[in-house]
Design a protein around this ligand. Structure first.
Ligand code: UFG
Length: 320
């Protein structure tokens, strides 16, 4: 049986596709493939389209007897979502509405949904900054809001239509499986630091007076290969599950500060640099680290790779 992976030609999607293929699954990818198709294994069929193209979507569901869908395709830049909220609602929620409609019409009921720690917003946490899935969700930007609304929409179908849904709430994803699979965009801390170094500029640290060990923000950085492994487990879990919705954090359970990440970049690249401190970014929580016990319990999944693995693999993908 075949799995449909939306967004399977992108950075995260392509890692997921590779791991699903390695695990013996047949995979069809639906992707605009604006950055090319070089990332996909040869045995994978690519349908070059997006989720607004309803006719293509229904034809696709007619052509294949899908076991389920891994829905990765989405707009994911927080700042852009603040500037263009309607675009984010249209793309992320409009796209998911079309996808769920096609799944409902064709009785495909297994869904693994790419959600985000952005659903939590700016939580008040204890000193360990660990957040579990049952914490109150209160997103603080349209990106996070579309992820939470997406969870709700999919969850409703577990009641009305016996859907089975796993929402994987990604924490800070980085690294690369190989040189072909690196993140081509510089939206997040590690690629942004690489870019600054390439241009001979000082990497920027947003804020130095947070209540953390070194004053800079703490995040849970998870290797994209580990994240992809979690999807393989989620696909197996959701296939065997009863109709229900389950949110699962995907992180390491361990936080790293911005300065620790920068020190790791210096170590891996061999480039010595002094970061430049600027004002804290609006809406950045001091610390956000995943409680990963549910992932271990339900998916039998635990991250394997370190911060050094993340930074080194990302560096090698950028400098092959
Ligand atoms: N940071 C800097 N300098 C930079 C860029 C980032 O100091 O040039 C800091 C940020 O302030 C933050 C940390 O590095 O403390 C990580 O920032 P990112 O922008 O890489 O990631 P965020 O934690 O803000 O958000 C990421 C994803 C979101 C996702 C969220 C979930 O970008 O899509 O994790 O936790 F929702």
């Amino acid at each position: 049986m075949t799995w449909l992976v939306t967004g399977g030609a992108g950075y995260i999607g392509a890692h997921v596709v590779q791991k699903l293929v390695d695990a013996g699954h047949d995979v069809v990818v639906l992707d605009e493939a604006t950055t090319g198709t070089h990332r996909l294994p040869p045995q994978v069929t690519l349908v070059q389209a997006n989720l607004t193209q309803n006719q293509t979507l229904h034809r696709l569901f007619n052509d294949y007897d899908f076991q389920g869908v891994v829905h990765v395709a989405a707009r994911k830049q927080v700042r852009e979502s603040v500037e263009k909220p309607l675009f984010y609602w249209r793309e992320n929620i409009g796209g998911l509405t079309n996808l769920l409609t096609a799944m409902q019409v064709h009785s495909v009921k297994n869904l693994v949904f790419s959600s985000s720690a952005a659903v939590y917003g700016q939580p008040q946490l204890g000193s360990d900054a660990i957040i579990a899935e049952d914490a109150h969700c209160n997103p603080i930007n349209p990106y996070g809001a579309t992820k939470l609304a997406g969870e709700w929409m999919a969850e409703a179908l577990t009641v009305s239509d016996d859907f089975k849904v796993v929402a994987l709430r990604y924490f800070n994803v980085g690294g690369a499986g190989n040189a072909n699979l690196g993140d081509e965009y510089s939206y997040n801390l590690i690629p942004i630091v690489f870019d600054a170094l390439e241009k001979n500029e000082s990497p920027i640290v947003f804020g130095k007076n947070f209540e953390t060990s070194d004053g800079t923000c703490i995040r849970d950085y998870v290797h994209v290969e580990d994240l992809a492994d979690a999807h393989v487990s989620a696909v197996e879990y959701v296939s065997a599950a009863e109709p229900k919705f389950t949110a699962i954090n995907i992180g390491t359970g361990k936080g790293s500060s911005v300065l620790e990440v920068m020190n790791m970049v210096a170590k891996v690249s061999g480039i010595e640099f002094e970061p430049k401190f600027v004002q804290a970014r609006q809406g950045d929580p001091a610390a956000l680290v995943a409680d990963v016990s549910r992932a271990k319990e339900l998916l039998n999944w635990v991250s394997q790779r370190s911060l050094e693995d993340i930074v080194r693999s990302a560096w090698l993908a950028k400098n092959p």
